[in-house]
Each structure stands twice: as structure tokens, then as C-alpha cells.
Design a protein around this ligand. Structure first.
Ligand code: HEC
Ligand code: HEC
Ligand code: HEC
Ligand code: HEC
Ligand code: HEC
Ligand code: HEC
Ligand code: HEC
Length: 406
């Protein structure tokens, strides 16, 4: 914390910013007197000055942090939009220790979770579904149901191929969101708006590759970060992730990731990629600065990085409901299939409702392919034999088959 300056978090004028090449010094255009007279509490804007720009621009790296969280519609983020939460309402801060664990760096301060405020049995309304919803919380992370798509405020980068960089003549094409597919400095990109996350078992720990760690160059994909967890671990829950996929360079002999020297140090710089577009020179220089040996031979490999989706909670009425996951319940009209008593409840009204993708589509979200889906999470991919209602849960099997043994 000691090297971060105070104003980036405590400015309330919205005018304070840094000049990128000035190594952390304020932009000379900033009126520092005005800023100094207006210091105050942190805000979504001050925290976002850094976090909305992870990866070198707005909405690049994280699944769910972008400038749109400055004034989000309530459907994009119910806490920050509907209830005007600041970042620190959740990331509670004492003595400048900001709570909340990162996906990319080992945990430093306390972790925070939805349960801190909502408890482990958060469903308490008088709807009859509460019992089942609360039971699901043992196996499914809140945002699996409460944020069924990520980057719903703004497209995020999902593919980044560094190996294609260097072609200054190539003209970038705009995709359907108006986002560019190329930049000679950074390579080829793909973007996604409101995509369905990837789901994985996650117990709160992330496995990471650090600089200098050996990887398996024969593996088809190298995971830079990946969630730890399994269907057999009671502490793991099915959790939504954005996987940032891309192509990066590795040392063929030493089998670790290479760091290029990108940004020119000065006018004389002869090795910076963004001046000379020569990867070999950029790797030699970058690895020398990192003080890690480089064999001189490199290979491009596909890499994946898992980012959790922990923001952009939708209003409760937009959460996934029974039929969106359980194909087996699609034809039900009442709850009697499983309940011996005469629970003559209108199942359709209760359990078919769920996330309204048609409505989201009408608001411009890119979700038409999700309307009517009943296989929202792929049970087989997560280790089940099929729909748990038919084939059993991870630790037990319901005493029922296909509806004939009440
Ligand atoms: C990374 C963001 C960040 C930076 C940088 C930062 N602060 Fe803070 N500061 C906070 C947060 C969060 C709080 C909690 C209350 C709030 O939101 O304003 C806080 C609270 C404070 C308080 C109120 C007393 C307290 O401890 O709760 C003072 C005074 C303060 N900061 C001074 C400073 C000074 C001086 C610096 C520079 C050395 C600085 N801050 C840098 C985020 C930051
Ligand atoms: C000057 C830039 C900057 C500002 C301003 C800033 N942060 Fe950070 N923050 C970072 C960096 C860098 C990291 C570590 C790498 C990462 O997780 O991306 C980090 C990490 C975090 C983490 C993960 C913590 C951990 O232990 O790994 C959280 C949560 C966080 N910041 C929240 C906030 C909040 C809330 C504010 C506003 C009060 C804020 N940050 C302001 C740069 C900043
Ligand atoms: C409704 C509560 C809530 C609000 C509001 C909120 N966050 Fe978070 N944030 C979380 C939770 C929960 C996590 C997961 C933290 C953990 O596992 O310890 C998280 C994680 C993070 C991380 C780490 C992400 C990662 O995976 O590396 C960052 C950075 C972060 N938040 C920044 C922000 C910023 C900036 C704001 C304001 C614009 C903000 N948060 C507002 C709940 C919130
Ligand atoms: C700092 C406390 C805090 C944290 C952390 C937090 N919430 Fe909330 N949440 C609230 C409050 C306060 C409300 C508004 C009052 C209410 O509905 O209880 C709310 C409302 C909600 C609602 C109902 C929204 C509506 O009005 O339709 C949902 C759903 C929800 N939160 C889910 C989550 C999820 C999922 C997480 C974790 C990603 C989370 N919350 C993290 C405090 C929190
Ligand atoms: C299996 C999907 C699912 C999971 C997992 C889930 N929820 Fe919900 N949640 C829902 C649905 C559906 C509703 C709307 C219920 C209704 O119509 O009243 C809801 C409603 C809510 C509400 C509004 C209050 C209420 O009782 O209606 C809050 C707050 C909430 N959830 C928080 C959470 C938190 C926190 C977690 C994680 C601990 C979580 N939910 C996990 C599906 C889920
Ligand atoms: C996000 C997808 C999802 C949603 C939404 C969902 N389920 Fe499930 N459901 C699961 C998974 C995964 C399991 C298996 C949990 C385990 O391994 O024990 C399961 C298990 C079950 C079981 C058997 C386990 C048990 O004893 O509870 C029943 C019954 C069930 N769900 C009913 C419902 C009902 C009713 C709803 C609507 C309120 C619902 N589900 C919504 C994913 C979902
Ligand atoms: C696929 C089977 C299945 C379906 C469909 C189902 N339930 Fe259940 N339900 C169970 C089982 C099994 C239990 C008891 C053990 C448990 O919680 O897993 C249970 C327990 C309950 C409970 C708490 C204990 C009790 O009997 O009062 C309530 C309330 C409940 N269900 C309501 C409903 C309602 C309302 C519906 C229709 C919307 C429904 N369930 C649909 C299997 C199901």
C-alpha cells in the first residue's frame, strides 16, 4: 500500500488521474488544488479507476467489473444499481485493509462472501421454494443462480492471441458489439456480451502458475489459474467463471512463460515490442529484467485463466429457477411427483418462472440463444451421471425414479 498515492482513492471531483507513461505521477492537466480541497470517501469511481481497467483497458480482464458500474441499471447489478452500494459496503475496510480475495494474487486480507450479509440460508420469503433453494446453497454458489450471465453491462475480452501481434498494416474489424478484433501491439481479440459462464467446482482456492513455474508444454491448454475443487469435496460448490482464453509464449527448453519487454523505456529503446515488433528481442530483454534465464527458443501455446463472477447480481426475480436446470421437471404441473401429500401447488407458476431471457433480449442483451433453455448447467461435465433428480445428488440418491414411485 505504501507506494499508492492517496488521491486515486480519495478524490471526489472525478478529475484526478495518472498519466500512463509517467510511472504513477499525476497527469499534468489535473488541477491538484481543486482535488486537494475535495478529498473524501472512496467511491465506485475511485476504486474503479484501477479495477475497471484491469488488463490495460475498460472491461478487459474481469468478468464483471467495468465502467458501467458507475451508474448501472438495476438489472445489471442490483446492489450497485438498485441499492446504490459503494465498493466498500461489501469490501469493508479497516485501517486500509480492503477485504476480498483476488483470483490472480494470493489472498492478503479477509475474504468476503454473499453469506456475510445474507446468511447461509438466504431464502426466507414465504414462497414454497425456499426450502429447496436453501438446500441448493450447499452445492451451488449464489451467483450460479443470481448472475446467470456475466459482462451484461458491457462486452468483455474473452480471447487474446498475442502471437498475431505485429501486423501494422492489418485493419481491425468491428464485431457485432462494435469492438475491434485486432491491434498490432496486442494481437487478435474476441469479445462477448452477456455470455453464459463456465461452471466448475470451487472450494475457495485458486491454483496459479507463477513466473518461473514449469508447465506441461505437451498439454493442449495451459491453465495460468484454475479453481480447486471437486464433486467429492463437500466444501466445493458449482461456481460461475469467465475463462479468459488466449495465446502466450513459453520457453521451449525451460518450459515456463515468457515476459516480453513491451513499453519503450526511451527514444533509444531497441528491444521494446511496441517499438520494434520483434518478439525475440523483447523476450531476451524482458526475461533479463525479470532475472530469469531464457533459452532463446519460444513456442506459442493456448492459455486459460479463470476469473470468478462475483458482481453483477441480478434482482431476485431474475434468478435461475428449477426448470432452467432440471429438464426432468419440465412437464410437471404440481409438486406431487415427489411429495406424497397433496401439494397441489401450481408448479408452473412457481418453478418455471426463473431468469427472463426474453425480457433481457428486449433490453438489448445478447441472450436469444438462452431463451427456453433447460440445461443451464451441464451436469455431466461437472461429474454427475445426468440430472441429479433422476440420477442422484453427489452424496445421495433421491428415493425416486421417473415419477412412478410416490
Ligand atoms: C486503495 C484505496 C485507498 C488509498 C490508496 C488510500 N485510501 Fe484512505 N481509505 C480507503 C478506504 C476504502 C477507507 C475507508 C472509508 C472510505 O471508504 O472512505 C479509507 C479511509 C481513510 C481515512 C479515514 C480513517 C480511516 O482509517 O478509516 C483517512 C484519514 C484516509 N483514508 C487517509 C488516506 C491517506 C492519507 C492515504 C495516502 C497515504 C490514503 N488514505 C490512501 C481507501 C484508500
Ligand atoms: C491505484 C490502483 C488501485 C486502486 C485505486 C484500488 N485498487 Fe484494489 N487492487 C489494486 C491492485 C494492483 C491489486 C492486486 C492485483 C489484482 O487483484 O488485480 C488490488 C487488489 C484488490 C482486491 C483483491 C485483494 C487481495 O487481497 O488480493 C480487492 C478486493 C480490491 N483491490 C478492492 C479495491 C477497492 C474496494 C478499492 C477502492 C476503495 C480499490 N481496490 C482501489 C489496485 C488498486
Ligand atoms: C454486493 C457486494 C459487492 C460489491 C458492491 C462489490 N464487490 Fe467486489 N467482490 C465481492 C465479492 C463477494 C468478491 C469475492 C471476494 C472473495 O472471494 O473474498 C469480490 C471480489 C472482488 C475483486 C477480486 C476479483 C477477482 O476475482 O480477482 C475485486 C478486484 C473487486 N471485488 C472489486 C470491486 C470494486 C472495484 C467494486 C466497486 C465498483 C466492488 N468490488 C463492489 C462483492 C462485492
Ligand atoms: C454488504 C452486505 C451484502 C453483501 C456482501 C451481498 N449483499 Fe445482497 N443485498 C444486501 C442488501 C442490504 C440487499 C437489499 C435488501 C435485501 O433485499 O435484503 C441485498 C439484496 C440482494 C438480493 C435481492 C435483490 C432484489 O431486491 O431483488 C439478492 C438476490 C442478493 N442481494 C444476492 C447477493 C449475492 C448473490 C451476493 C454475493 C455475490 C450478495 N448479495 C452480497 C447486502 C449484501
Ligand atoms: C438454485 C438457485 C439459487 C441459488 C443457489 C441461490 N439462490 Fe437466491 N434465489 C433464487 C430464486 C429462484 C429466488 C427468487 C425466489 C422467489 O421467487 O421468491 C431467490 C431469491 C433470493 C433473495 C431474495 C429473498 C427471497 O427469499 O426471495 C436473496 C436475498 C437471495 N436469493 C440470495 C441468495 C444468496 C446469498 C445465495 C447463496 C448463499 C443464493 N441466493 C443462492 C435462486 C437461487
Ligand atoms: C443452477 C441449477 C439448478 C437450479 C436452478 C435448481 N437445481 Fe435442483 N439441483 C441442482 C444440482 C446441481 C443438484 C445436485 C445437488 C447434489 O449434488 O446433491 C440438484 C438437486 C436437486 C434435488 C435432489 C437433491 C435434494 O435432495 O434436494 C431436487 C429435489 C431438486 N434439485 C429440486 C429443485 C427445485 C424444486 C428447484 C427450484 C426451486 C431446483 N432444483 C433448482 C441444480 C439446480
Ligand atoms: C424432484 C423431487 C421434488 C420436487 C419436484 C419437489 N420437491 Fe420438495 N422436497 C423433495 C425432497 C426429497 C424433500 C425432503 C428432503 C430434502 O430436502 O431433500 C423435499 C422437501 C420439501 C420441503 C420441506 C419439507 C416438507 O416436506 O415440508 C418443502 C417445503 C418442499 N419440499 C416444497 C416443495 C414445493 C412447493 C415443490 C413444488 C414447487 C417441491 N417441493 C418440489 C423433493 C422434491
Amino acid at each position: 500500500m505504501s507506494k499508492i498515492d492517496c488521491l486515486i482513492c480519495h478524490d471526489t471531483t472525478g478529475t484526478y488521474k495518472k498519466a500512463p507513461p509517467a510511472a504513477g505521477m499525476p497527469d499534468p492537466k489535473v488541477d491538484l488544488v481543486k482535488v486537494a480541497k475535495n478529498v473524501g470517501h472512496t467511491s465506485r469511481a475511485t476504486c474503479g479507476a484501477c479495477h475497471f481497467n484491469g488488463g490495460g483497458g475498460d472491461a478487459i480482464k474481469h468478468a464483471d467489473l467495468s465502467r458501467d458500474l458507475l451508474y448501472p441499471p438495476r438489472n445489471c447489478d442490483i446492489h450497485m444499481g438498485g441499492y446504490d452500494f459503494g465498493c466498500v459496503d461489501c469490501h469493508q475496510t479497516r485501517n486500509h485493509k480492503i477485504a476480498g480475495r483476488s483470483s490472480s494474487v494470493p489472498v492478503v486480507e479477509r475474504t468476503i462472501s454473499c453469506e456475510n450479509c445474507h446468511s447461509e440460508k438466504p431464502h426466507y420469503g414465504d414462497t414454497l421454494l425456499d426450502h429447496h433453494l436453501n438446500k441448493h446453497c450447499e452445492n451451488i454458489a449464489c451467483n450460479t443462480c443470481h448472475s446467470p450471465v456475466y459482462a451484461k453491462c458491457k462486452p468483455t475480452k474473452v480471447w487474446w492471441d498475442w502471437s498475431k501481434a505485429g501486423d501494422k498494416a492489418r485493419v481491425a474489424k468491428k464485431d457485432k458489439y462494435g469492438m475491434p478484433d485486432y491491434h498490432w501491439k496486442k494481437g487478435e481479440f474476441k469479445w462477448a456480451e452477456s455470455p453464459k459462464p463456465d461452471y466448475a467446482w470451487y472450494n475457495g482456492f485458486i491454483k496459479r502458475i507463477f513466473l518461473g513455474d514449469k508447465v506441461g508444454l505437451d498439454d493442449p491448454v495451459i491453465n495460468i489459474t484454475e479453481p480447486v475443487g471437486s464433486i467429492k469435496d463437500p466444501n466445493s460448490r458449482i461456481t460461475p467463471f469467465k475463462i479468459m482464453k488466449g495465446v502466450q509464449a513459453f520457453d521451449t527448453r525451460y518450459q515456463y512463460a515468457l515476459v516480453p519487454h513491451l513499453f519503450p523505456r526511451d527514444k533509444e529503446d531497441k528491444t521494446a515490442y511496441w517499438k520494434n515488433t520483434d518478439w525475440q528481442k523483447a523476450f531476451i530483454d524482458g526475461m533479463a529484467s525479470a532475472e530469469i534465464p531464457y533459452s532463446g527458443e519460444y513456442i506459442w501455446k493456448e492459455t486459460w485463466m479463470y476469473w470468478r463472477s462475483e458482481h453483477e447480481v441480478m434482482p431476485a426475480s431474475m434468478a435461475l429457477s428449477c426448470v432452467q436446470c432440471h429438464e426432468s421437471l419440465k412437464g410437471e404441473k404440481t409438486c406431487n411427483r415427489c411429495h406424497k401429500d397433496n401439494r397441489d401447488i401450481d408448479f408452473k407458476k412457481l418453478a418455471h418462472k426463473g431468469t427472463d431471457f426474453s425480457y433481457m433480449k428486449s433490453r438489448g442483451r445478447d441472450v436469444s440463444h438462452l431463451i427456453g433453455s433447460t440445461d443451464y448447467i451441464n451436469f455431466e461435465a461437472l461429474g454427475y451421471k445426468g440430472d441429479p433428480i433422476v440420477y442422484g445428488g453427489r452424496f445421495k440418491k433421491l428415493p425416486l425414479g421417473n415419477g412412478n414411485n410416490k
